[in-house]
Design a protein around this ligand. Structure first.
Ligand code: ZN
Ligand code: ZN
Length: 337
């Protein structure tokens, strides 16, 4: 049996282990993908540390995958061997729930998650269901495209779903994988973009990415700074810090939206009167449309800023991401493009 290299987590909290294992065989409606690049996302911490309902071990994380189709489990009119494709967080739809039966697959009640329900892209090969594959435009390298499949799709999806329009002030809370794409998307959508991050270290990079304003939350009160400009129409929270997120409500304009796009368990502390007084709202967002995100990124020249690591250095890449040191997305370059 041919073997491949893969990173596995054997139990919640255990180390990333590089192993040799059999290359899996695709079943009906599945493709075997030879992985070229896989982004390292905060969502992968659910595999490393546990906490996702139904997650079983050992498990290979990774859900920002770009690679080439190596094998198809059943004949397809559309998908071909050698085609370059991407897979994000959504790993499949159940096809049986009320939403799926209506054709509203993205509202599936029992969806599969890549690198959670099945092994992900920290490996030389991965199995993916064909209904969630996306064609990667040739203008993007595999390393560039990978972060767009989760970080990019989530951020652009949240922005397009919000009430903020061109000319509005928005704020991006947290400058990491999602945040650095959020700045670029916001600017390309014609918005005035304020970035809220801790310390001065990332200020120059924020401006380089197109931000109009930088708020250092170690030395400034972000809500007060936003209110000096009339308040934000929407604040997109990418930093997993419930206390900091809660304090941002006071920086929203009348009717403004606080939209949370980061995994965080601690409860928010927001009083109803803070919301009522200025008709503000708090909501969460997950997912989006990968094909639209790739198209928008090519059209507007939005490219992720990445640090490349070989598969063997997945632990280093993950630790830099978790400690917010990475500028701004770590991507495992697994095989040559
Ligand atoms: Zn992700
Ligand atoms: Zn379903």
């Amino acid at each position: 049996m041919p073997l491949m290299k893969a990173i596995v987590v054997k139990a919640p909290g255990s180390d990333f282990e590089l192993v040799q294992k059999e290359i899996p065989e695709p079943r009906e409606h599945e493709a075997l993908i030879k992985v070229q690049a896989c982004g390292v996302c905060h969502g992968d911490a659910l595999v490393k540390y546990g906490g996702y309902p139904g997650l079983t071990y050992p498990r290979t994380p990774g859900h920002e995958i770009v690679g080439k189709i190596a094998k198809l489990g059943s004949p397809s009119h559309y998908w071909k061997i050698g085609q370059r494709v991407g897979v994000g967080w959504r790993g499949g739809h159940c096809m049986n729930c009320k939403s799926c039966l209506k054709g509203d697959f993205w509202a599936c009640e029992s969806p599969l998650a890549t690198g959670i329900s099945s092994d992900g892209g920290y490996a030389e090969y991965v199995i993916a269901r064909t209904e969630v594959l996306t064609v990667i435009p040739e203008e993007l390298s595999s390393v560039e495209a990978a972060p767009l499949l989760c970080a990019g799709t989530t951020t652009l999806g949240a922005m397009k779903s919000s009430q903020a329009k061109g000319g509005d002030l928005i704020a991006i809370h947290g400058l990491g994988g999602l945040g650095h794409l959020g700045i670029q998307f916001g600017v390309k959508l014609g918005m005035k973009v304020a970035v809220i991050s801790r310390g001065k270290e990332k200020e120059d990079l924020a401006f380089k990415l197109g931000a109009h304003l930088y708020i250092d939350s170690d030395n400034q009160n972000p809500a007060e700074e936003l209110m000096k400009m009339g308040g934000a129409r929407a604040i997109f929270c990418t930093a997993p810090n419930s206390k900091a997120i809660s304090e941002l409500v006071e920086g929203l304009a009348r009717g403004g939206q606080l939209i949370i796009i980061t995994f965080v368990n601690d409860p928010l502390k927001i009083s109803p009167i803070q919301l009522m007084r200025a008709v503000r709202s708090v909501s969460g967002w997950v997912g989006g449309n990968a094909a639209e995100t790739l198209k928008f990124s090519v059209l507007t020249h939005v490219v992720p800023m990445v640090e490349e690591y070989p598969l063997e250095q997945a632990a280093l890449a993950f630790n830099r991401m978790m400690s917010a040191k990475v500028h701004f997305r770590a991507v495992l370059k697994v095989t040559e493009e």
